[in-house]
Ligand binder design. Structure first.
Ligand code: CA
Length: 231
């Protein structure tokens, strides 16, 4: 099954055989090494066995659902997760649950979109690793962000962020007080940016605010977001 040791490994978790096979075939054709699973428990087993670089995860699964799979695998090792959702409005709900998924694609999806999103997630991981090497600890009016350890604290109390919330915070923290346009944030954090992504961005800003304090992220209507430093 392997296309060479340098290929990124994707775990595809989907109980619908037609979709699972089509996605797996397309990803192999794109040069990925692909592992598959069709239910919750076997997804967690396959994660341990194949050590994927990225996971494509359906929400509704037999055994236990995609949210539980996401929680369990993130507890084993941080990994980027692209979730397959049944409805557009389901995304808000999922982000709110904070299970640690990084991005969402609504069914029916195009194969091209899934491939682009997976590649974007892999690039985000590389950028985060680069940032960790080049940027030191940032202290912004009691909000401390450390790209090296990926730890965050507010007024000396540690705050637990999902990998994506952390990368979003880093994107804001490296330009404190500066308004970052939404499309720019989308490209920098998610690796893609268009009108369909703004709901994803807004949902993650909302969950970030709930963790670091609502007044630390300022909304500039019609433009984007800025990290507040003058508190
Ligand atoms: Ca399903």
């Amino acid at each position: 099954m392997s296309e060479g040791s340098s290929a990124h490994v994707v775990l595809v978790v989907e109980d619908e055989p037609t979709i699972r096979t089509a996605v797996a075939d397309r990803l192999r054709a794109e040069g990925f090494t692909v592992a598959t699973a069709a239910d919750g428990p076997s997804a967690v087993e396959a994660f341990t066995e194949h050590e994927p670089d990225v996971v494509l995860l359906d929400v509704m699964l037999p055994g236990f659902d995609g949210l539980e799979v996401c929680r369990r695998i993130q507890a084993l090792r941080p990994v980027p997760v692209l979730m397959l959702t049944a409805r557009d409005d389901e995304t808000d709900l999922l982000v709110g649950l904070g299970v640690g998924a990084d991005d969402y694609v609504t069914k029916p999806f195009s194969m091209r979109e899934v491939v682009a999103r997976l590649r974007a997630l892999l690039r985000r991981v590389e950028r985060a690793e680069q940032l960790a090497r080049t940027t030191g600890r940032m202290d912004l009016a009691g909000l401390v962000v450390d790209p090296g350890t990926r730890r965050v604290s507010v007024d000396d109390t540690e705050v637990h962020l999902t990998p994506l919330e952390f990368d979003l915070l880093c994107a804001l923290a490296t330009a404190p007080g500066t308004v970052r346009p939404r499309e720019e944030l989308m490209r920098e954090v998610w690796g893609w940016g268009d009108a369909s992504g703004t709901r994803t961005l807004d949902s993650h800003v909302k969950s970030l605010r709930a963790k670091i304090g609502a007044d630390r992220v300022r909304t500039v209507h019609g433009v984007g977001y800025a990290l507040e430093v003058g508190r």
